[in-house]
Ligand binder design. Structure first.
Ligand SMILES: NC(=O)c1ccc[n+]([C@@H]2O[C@H](COP(=O)([O-])OP(=O)(O)OC[C@H]3O[C@@H](n4cnc5c(N)ncnc54)[C@H](OP(=O)(O)O)[C@@H]3O)[C@@H](O)[C@H]2O)c1
Length: 328
């Protein structure tokens, strides 16, 4: 097999969105255990902002992205579960989805059900896996519970809040604006706290008769960490899974004791997608809630891959809602 002409977005040094450059490359045939995927849609995720800005340093140059959907164009030696022409998607694995064509290990790839189109698949894989492990594995939410979920109008937020509601959970969401509050309510949040106008802890205490919540899902990080801890019931769980506002400072263990034997975890999607059987189980649940209509994947922004600088500017500027896809 000869090489294939492809476009790839890379950055050579961390920085502002305009460090992202589109380049022409030639992609060789897939190696043993690899698959060549022609992307039809690529999911945009906040982690790519951390990579681009150097918050999570990456080997350079870096082609970001770990979420995409497309068609198998070639398979390397030893790949038996996928064939040329298969419709596939992934939400984990090595970086490199900001490209028209890429070779990647077969492990994270899974076939997409016929009912799910490429854009939806590209938007939902990483975010859906994340919602799944947060609600179903890290802290298994129960019907009747009240939980706090930050950034409720974002990509992970819109998926997780709909999912939690479908499980009978009462979700308190946080957002920064009134417009986003409307969206969060439409996505199943029973209550929404507008962080630019309201005190998070006071509102959560008010909404829970002073008791607090058994779990907080916090991807905002530095700006909300202390408030999140202070919203928990004794023996509650603080799930800190992102840092859109900055990295959380080191936490004295004593803070957990003082608030009543709290549990603190800092999970990553990578550790929940290592095992293929576990990943397939998560994917089946995720495709199931989308197929049943319990969770609607809302693609509220679409950008050409060539407009990736604009896409990053909007995401980092808090001007996106729901999911965003890049179209090669
Ligand atoms: N650990 C994991 O496994 C894992 C996996 C996926 C995603 N994540 C994390 O989950 C979060 C959501 O990811 P996403 O891709 O779906 O992004 P997103 O929620 O669509 O966008 C991030 C949101 O964070 C909120 N935010 C609060 N303070 C911010 C600030 N100072 N700057 C920018 N945004 C701020 C904004 O919502 P408001 O304006 O409403 O506040 C913004 O829309 C990210 O922190 C991401 O890193 C973690």
């Amino acid at each position: 097999m000869s090489t294939t002409a492809a476009k790839i977005v890379r950055f050579y040094n961390p920085g502002a969105p305009d460090v992202l450059k589109m380049e022409d490359i030639e992609v060789g045939p897939p190696k043993a255990g690899e698959v060549q995927v022609e992307h039809k849609a690529i999911g945009l995720n906040y982690i790519e902002v951390y990579w681009r800005t150097g918050v999570y340093p990456q080997p350079l140059p870096c082609c970001p992205g770990t979420e995409g959907a497309g068609i198998v164009r070639a398979v390397g030696e030893g790949v038996t579960d996928l064939k040329v022409g298969d419709r596939v998607a992934y939400g984990s694995g090595p970086v490199g989805s900001y490209s028209t064509v890429r070779n990647m290990p077969a492990h994270p790839l899974m076939k997409i059900p016929d009912s799910i189109d490429f854009e939806t698949a590209a938007a939902m894989m990483l975010k859906g896996f994340t919602a799944q492990y947060l609600l179903r594995r890290v802290y298994k939410v129960q019907a009747g519970e009240t939980i706090l979920f930050h950034a409720a109008a974002g990509g992970v937020g819109t998926i997780a809040t709909q999912w939690a509601k479908s499980l009978g959970v009462r979700v308190i969401g946080t957002v920064s604006t009134r417009e986003k509050a409307e969206l969060a309510k439409a996505n199943g949040c029973a209550e929404v706290i507008i962080t630019s106008e309201e005190n998070i802890v006071d509102r959560v205490k008010e909404l829970t008769d002073g008791k607090g919540v058994p779990v907080v899902y916090d991807s905002v990080g530095k700006a909300t960490f202390m408030d999140s801890l202070n919203c928990l019931k004794p023996r509650g769980m603080m799930v800190s899974f992102g840092n859109a506002s900055g990295k959380v400072d080191p936490v004295p263990l004593q803070w957990l004791a003082e608030r009543g034997s709290l549990v603190l975890t800092r999970p990553t999607v990578a550790s929940f997608t290592v095992d293929k059987a576990e990943m397939l189980e998560s994917a089946a649940e995720m495709f199931g809630v989308v197929a049943s209509g319990a969770v609607k994947i809302q693609i509220n922004q679409r950008f050409a891959l060539a407009d990736v600088v604009k896409a990053h500017t909007e995401l980092e500027g808090r001007r996106t809602t729901g999911c965003t896809v890049l179209i090669p």
